[in-house]
Design a protein around this ligand. Structure first.
Ligand SMILES: C=C(O[C@@H]1C=C(C(=O)O)C=C[C@H]1O)C(=O)O
Length: 158
């Protein structure tokens, strides 16, 4: 992986904040693609340590700069621990804007993949996922960096 991409894929702070900064005056927007209750995919359930049949809160967004998607993301939170979180009403506010406000937020290891997003057709060089934990709440956040981002920021192919 090139150092330029490593700086993005390995960052442990808010991707939203970094995109806004890198957007360099472009308008940042979270476009909500889907938000519903459903069953995580098997690999997502395994990453969360969840039984396969457990329902979860599923959220898919595109993080757009000047209307162009640079990142697509899919987050999975087990329902049982969602009580009291107001995530259903996040709408087009960034999940990160809520997550990174939690004082005792923990972020697990970041896993990286070169496989494109299984939930979205746009291609891209790298994807990553990690589990955020805050008290009893946990959410798996999966983010896929798209070719459009590489194009706009003149990043290397990989
Ligand atoms: C976790 C963050 O939130 C971002 C925003 C998301 C959303 O609004 O659904 C999902 C993934 C992240 O890229 C972050 O900003 O780092």
């Amino acid at each position: 992986m090139s150092p330029a991409w490593w700086a993005w894929v390995a960052t442990r702070d808010s991707l939203t904040a970094r995109l806004m900064e890198a957007g360099n005056g472009r308008t940042f927007r979270v476009r909500l693609l889907e938000q519903r209750l459903g069953r995580p995919r098997p690999d997502e359930a395994r990453a969360m340590g969840l039984p396969l049949d457990r329902m979860a809160w599923l959220r898919e967004v595109a993080l757009c700069l000047d209307g162009r998607p640079w990142v697509v993301a899919r987050s999975v939170a087990p329902l049982a621990q969602l009580r009291g979180q107001r995530l259903e009403r996040l709408g087009e506010r960034s999940l990160g804007s809520w997550l990174f406000r939690q004082p005792d937020l923990e972020r697990g290891p970041i896993e990286i993949t070169a496989t494109p997003a299984p939930f979205h057709p746009l291609p891209g060089p790298w994807g990553r996922r990690s589990v955020f934990r805050h008290r009893r709440f946990a959410v798996l956040v999966q983010e896929f960096f798209l070719d459009a981002m590489a194009d706009e920021l003149q990043l290397p192919t990989r």
